[in-house]
Design a protein around this ligand. Structure first.
Ligand SMILES: NC(=O)c1ccc[n+]([C@@H]2O[C@H](COP(=O)([O-])OP(=O)(O)OC[C@H]3O[C@@H](n4cnc5c(N)ncnc54)[C@H](OP(=O)(O)O)[C@@H]3O)[C@@H](O)[C@H]2O)c1
Length: 257
């Protein structure tokens, strides 16, 4: 039987790989996207052939999310913040998702968190870089953790898996990913970087094999992976946003009497 995959964040880097690999494995895919025009060209072909359906909308819009949930067997929550300001986007999506999955009797959910939002994950980052890594993701990290708590508190009917990636780069598949439930797998060379492609395939395998249910799974890769050219715009955008946030915080700080 073909499993129907639901992908939230279908236009994102991970989301579009989940769609691509899902289609290659002959699954039907239903994607949620706020701006479907951002989909890659081959996904448009899949829409024409009926293998991919895109629901247009925000994941916090109940009607749009329900349309995805009711027609799929497994949900991949692969949305992401495009800023590091305080907010509750992932937590809001989590609350709505739990409500709708329960309503429609859907159980399987894979949620992408962030290893570095956890002390457990941050330990693999060299001491001199920890402050910067924590600073780069403090606000969105807090939201990501609150969403995790929503899934953990949903009850045992919800078969959640929380994916805990470290730094992720846009490099080809290495097929060298190491996974460990509940604990960060240390790579011998001290690496803490994986590829989006490896993570997407691992998520599809996890859904297909029914593994890591009610578990956090930390990812790492022994290959030396540094960011490539494709990662530069995202990194630059993140730095600009974080510097803006820091300046705003300084301005808000009351001056000494
Ligand atoms: N990159 C890293 O090093 C790293 C490390 C650890 C964890 N992560 C996590 O990994 C996940 C995937 O990362 P990524 O780089 O693939 O993300 P991405 O490319 O930024 O994609 C995020 C997706 O979420 C969508 N989205 C955002 N807000 C939405 C909303 N309210 N409703 C519906 N869709 C929404 C975006 O759509 P629009 O096009 O409409 O904005 C986009 O398709 C993220 O949660 C990220 O935090 C990343």
């Amino acid at each position: 039987m073909t499993t129907v995959l639901g992908v939230l964040g279908a236009t994102g880097v991970t989301g579009s790989l989940l769609v691509q690999y899902g289609l290659e494995r002959e699954h039907q895919v239903v994607g949620l996207a706020r701006f479907p025009w951002k989909l890659p060209g081959d996904h448009l072909d899949a829409i024409s052939s009926g293998k991919l359906r895109i629901v247009k909308g925000d994941a916090r819009d109940e009607a749009a999310l329900e349309e995805v949930v009711k027609s799929t067997d497994v949900i991949f929550e692969a949305t992401g913040h495009n800023h590091n300001r305080p907010g509750t986007m992932r937590e809001d999506i989590a609350k709505l998702l739990v409500k709708l999955m329960r309503k429609h009797g859907k159980k399987r959910l894979l949620y992408i968190s962030a290893a570095f939002a956890h002390e457990e994950g941050l330990v693999v980052v060299p001491q001199r870089m920890r402050g910067m890594v924590a600073f780069m993701s403090d606000n969105k990290g807090a939201d990501v953790l609150k969403a995790e708590e929503v899934y953990r508190a949903a009850g045992s009917w919800l078969e959640w898996t929380v994916i805990q990636p470290p730094r992720i780069v846009q490099k080809p598949l290495t097929e060298d990913l190491i996974t460990k439930a509940g604990k960060f797998p240390q790579a011998q060379n001290g690496s803490f970087t994986i590829t989006f492609a490896d993570m997407a395939l691992m998520m599809l395998d996890t859904a297909a094999n029914g593994t890591f249910i009610h578990q956090d799974v930390y990812l790492n890769c022994p290959s030396k992976l540094s960011p490539g050219l494709k990662d530069i715009p995202k990194f630059a955008d993140m730095m600009i946003t974080n510097l803006g946030n820091a300046l705003r915080r300084c301005k808000r700080r009351p001056s000494a009497p």
